[in-house]
Design a protein around this ligand. Structure first.
Ligand SMILES: NC(=O)c1ccc[n+]([C@@H]2O[C@H](COP(=O)([O-])OP(=O)(O)OC[C@H]3O[C@@H](n4cnc5c(N)ncnc54)[C@H](O)[C@@H]3O)[C@@H](O)[C@H]2O)c1
Length: 363
């Protein structure tokens, strides 16, 4: 017997809300019933495309009897308040990354979920990519031996289009800055290795004149309770691009190269297995092709590339599982990455002001 569809509302009808809503329409588990955006004209346009009704204020979702799950795809600084108010109304929420832009707000969402009949699901989409999920299971099953070392990086040049000076994605007070906006690899490390017990972080000065990206080079070292250590690198100023995740244990190591779409297994220094980030070759080829293009954040109205649509399809399967109370990679440690990122940011900022004080003392 087939299960009734999960009735979805999408909050935010910009670039990613559109990707999510359109993907839901081709997935049997979901029925998109409402699209909500403060920009009602945008909500109306997407609602027409997915055959749903349009709403102009998030409060209308809290009282909508025909909505089971709200997908929150609004600017990052609005996630926590929207999620808390919907959870208080008994709705389940899928919150796009990052869950919040402060540690306190992330914990407040987790508290609201604990007291709600609704579920909290966080959009850590890279966890759902089949090749990455397989890495997680290998690490957890012990087949890599004792976990010793991890590495996660996202280094690239991010193109900032003309005319976007007031865009929220370039405004740290609304995006949370790069560590939070691009939280994916930090999430993968803290999801696989667990809660960090020590974090050491540093940040470079903004590197690109004319661009509006702040804090564009971050380097963070994390130590975990097991004794394992991981390094995380994030840069929007990198002429040599890199995008990878490595998990090394005493018996074997795995490395995902997201620029080539391949996960490699090494044992005793030799390549012993390899598999795709996606199970589909066209999706792996699209990931590789995207990595070779100039990088830019998605603008409202832009289409997602094939690999991102494939990732969202994987994510929707995990969302459906979470809603049905089945195992899902999207429910574990919902706030851990935000807590690690905000600790890294405050450490890096303290170190930066310390460095200024040292150089002044030298004068
Ligand atoms: N998982 C991924 O790979 C991925 C990719 C892109 C974006 N995202 C996330 O999706 C979210 C949305 O990003 P986007 O690219 O779609 O941004 P966007 O600017 O294209 O769209 C945001 C939309 O939210 C609306 N909005 C703003 N404040 C609102 C509020 N308080 N209530 C209701 N609507 C409001 C805006 O009118 C706009 O239509 C962000 O959190 C971003 O981090 C995730």
């Amino acid at each position: 017997m087939s299960l009734p569809p999960i009735r979805i509302a999408v909050l935010g009808s910009g670039f990613f809300g559109t990707t999510l809503a359109v993907a839901c329409t081709s997935h049997d588990a979901f029925d998109v019933v409402a699209i909500c955006d403060l920009d009602l004209a945008s909500a109306i346009e997407l609602a027409a495309r997915v055959d749903a009704r349009a709403l102009g204020h998030p409060d209308e979702l809290a009282v909508a009897d025909d909505v089971d799950l709200v997908m929150i795809a609004t600017p990052n600084h609005t996630h926590a308040a929207a999620a808390i108010s919907l959870l208080k109304a008994g709705k389940s929420v899928f919150v796009e990354k990052p869950l919040a832009i402060t540690g306190l707000d992330a914990l407040a969402v987790v508290d609201a979920a604990r007291e709600s009949s609704g579920k909290l699901i966080v959009g850590h989409v890279e966890r759902t990519m089949p090749g990455i999920k397989r890495m997680f299971h290998a690490a957890r099953s012990g087949s890599l031996g004792t976990l010793l070392e991890g590495y996660g990086s996202r280094a690239r040049l991010v193109h900032v289009p003309d005319g976007t000076e007031s865009w929220w994605k370039l405004d740290r007070s609304r995006s949370g800055g790069e560590m939070l906006h691009e939280i994916h690899e930090l999430d993968l490390l803290t999801w696989i290795f667990g809660e960090p017990v020590d974090i050491r972080a540093t940040v470079g000065a903004p590197q690109r004149a004319g661009a509006h990206l702040e804090d564009s080079v971050h380097k963070t070292t994390l130590k975990f309770a097991s004794g394992a250590v991981a390094h995380h690198e994030l840069s929007t100023s990198a002429h040599v691009p890199d995008w990878r995740l490595r998990v090394s244990g005493s018996a074997a190591a795995l490395e995902a190269n997201l620029r080539t779409g391949v996960v490699s297994q090494f044992t005793d220094g030799r390549l012993t297995d390899r598999w795709g980030i996606f199970d589909s070759e066209p999706a792996n080829a699209s990931l590789k092709e995207s990595a070779e293009q100039p990088q830019a954040y998605g603008l409202p109205g832009a289409d997602s590339p094939l690999w991102m649509q494939a990732a969202v399809d994987c994510e929707l399967a995990e969302i459906a599982a979470a809603m049905r109370g089945e195992d899902s990679v999207l429910v574990d440690s919902p706030a851990r990455a935000v807590l690690a990122a905000t600790e890294a940011i405050s450490q890096a900022e303290a170190a930066r002001s310390g460095a200024a004080a040292v150089s002044l003392a030298g004068v």
